[in-house]
Design a protein around this ligand. Sequence first.
Ligand code: PBG
Length: 325
Amino acid sequence: MQPYYRPRRLREKEVIRDLCAETLLDYKKLIMPYFVIEGSHIDQPIESMPGVRRLSIDNLIRTLEADSAVGVRSIILFGIPHHKDEKASGAYDDNGIVQKACQEIKKHFGSTILIITDVCLCEYTSHGHCGMVIGGCIDNDSTLDLLAKTAVSHAQAGADVVAPSDMMDGRIEAIRTALDEAGFTHVPILSYAAKYASAFYGPFRDAAGSAPQFGDRRSYQMDFRNAREALKEVYLDIEEGADIVMVKPALAYLDIISLVRQSVEVPVCAYNVSGEYSMVKAASTLGFGDEARLVREIMTAIFRAGADMVISYHTVDILKNKWFD
Ligand code: PBG
């Protein structure tokens, strides 16, 4: 008995496989993160994230020259300040590290690089939490004003898009209102809407020196057992004025990306986070997997799940090595 249905006909030759492919990879959909640190001539490798570095502004500009030449178009900035305090002063200082970096990048690259800034307090607070600490708790409402000030100062410095990652309630409305009042009605908000309390952020906290000094982030970041709650967060953020919503992390949350994609009309961003990146690096260093193939498959899965854009530390490797071609 011969089979009548033969799906393999469409898999036989590369050209027909390409014609039938449902998901195509496009470098224009990628966003590369950078860690920018106070000082000059600084270029520190981050042990837990092979290939990623903390760069002072001079070196960041040099790196962006090379990276934009291979095709990096969109970036997200994380700041590492000199000084941390209870009030996260460095986050909304007009002379803060991210603000200075935005100004320099705009000076050198104009509109050829789209700058997204991460709006959060955790890199600037002495305790490492994403909000103000009052009586040992992370206080929601007193944090909103500081986040709004941070977003406005980023926009003033030249940020094209602001991306709040703190997970306080009501922050999108607070930020939208403050941006509009300051005349930045044109600056979009990319909201880290469904951000889970995840062990996959470990290497990032090492990179940014932002690990909480007490407790953890489970009173504000989402419980990874929940999917419906992600929709609640996404709907609220859209209602408050989010232009793009994010799901984070990506790889262990493909179901959430897919759910969000099917539920809302706004663009969906996925964050392929530090721990996901470092796992691939570790596996390929140990010879347990081929880096190019792993990255291509992971990226395809994130886009197939429904992401319109992906933040990934693999971006520069993908471009330099032409892994998407
Ligand atoms: C700041 C922030 C974090 C990440 C992005 N923005 C860390 C955290 O919430 O602890 C994680 C990014 C990554 O792991 O790559 N709140």
